[in-house]
Design a binder for this molecule. Structure first.
Ligand code: 13P
Length: 267
């Protein structure tokens, strides 16, 4: 089964020069030794670097994603500061992250907004890496599964709003990945146990499968302080289909060590 290892570059690096250097470092390593059948690699540069990075990666096995898209229009319009799904696709991305906890926290993204963003992404055939996860307080209060249930509710809403629910489910089956990222594990060096992540992923898979039959085999990635040293542990779990990597994705060597851990475990 193919794993997915995705680098979320967030608001990094500072210059286009450094973004291209990171893309080139990934390209030179993957050209030699990487087998995308066992592990699909993807990077999500910041919006300003998306077009140059995706052009550089165009003929490679690496995919390019945006970190977000506009809620307000899938195409063009008077939405200062936004980038639409159409513009993102034109810049060469084939996927977008949506619902990252930093978007939820700093941009107050709620389910209504995220349903609209998903609809916009699908109009441009963009794949969606939908991020979910609980805060430290919610984890401590043992509310993780309740939080995930509430966050995943965007999926049945999207299906209900679709003109053809069955067609929408078939499309989502091909274009939706869930990334479980406990907020307290992001950038902190703290990680849940593999057993905890596996149980949570099992819950996510069952919940998503209950929405529509085609969603029975959805991929669920883990994100939050994944690094070259702990990737083997996560990769060993059959419930963990890959990783969404932040800090460690900014260094080609550590990102590819993580990818290699998943490629070996899932081969
Ligand atoms: P870190 O890997 O830096 O913890 O970030 C995870 C993340 O937020 C990826 O989207």
């Amino acid at each position: 089964m193919q794993a997915w290892v995705i680098g979320n570059w967030k608001q990094n690096p500072a210059t286009n020069h450094d973004a291209m250097a990171l893309a080139d470092a990934l390209l030179s390593a993957t050209a030699k030794e990487f087998d995308k059948k066992t592990c699909q690699l993807m990077v999500a540069p910041s919006c300003i670097h998306l077009a140059t990075v995706s052009a550089r990666l165009q003929d490679s096995s690496l995919l390019c994603a945006a970190q977000d898209i506009s809620t307000h229009s899938a195409s063009i319009g008077a939405y200062t500061g936004d980038c639409s799904a159409e513009q993102i696709a034109d810049a060469g991305a084939t996927w977008t992250l949506l619902g990252h906890s930093e978007r939820r926290q700093y941009h107050k993204e709620c389910n209504d907004i995220l349903v609209q963003k998903m609809r916009n992404a699908l109009t441009q055939d963009l794949g969606i890496v939908f991020c979910v996860g609980e805060t430290q307080a919610q984890y401590d209060a043992k509310q993780t599964l309740d939080v995930l249930t509430e966050q995943l509710a965007v999926i049945p809403t999207l299906l209900q709003q679709a003109e053809q629910t069955a067609d929408c489910a078939d499309i989502l089956a091909k274009r939706l990945i869930i990334a479980y990222e406990p907020v307290w594990a992001i950038g902190t060096g703290k990680v849940p146990t593999v057993a905890e992540v596996s149980a949570t992923h099992e819950y996510i898979k069952q919940t998503v499968a209950s929405f529509a039959a085609p969603l029975a085999d959805i991929n669920v990635l883990y994100g939050g302080s994944v690094n070259a040293a702990n990737a083997d542990n996560f990769a060993a779990s059959p419930m963990i289909n890959g990783a969404l990597v932040g800090g460690a994705a900014l260094n080609a060597e550590s990102f590819l060590t993580i990818a290699d851990a998943f490629a070996r475990a899932k081969a």
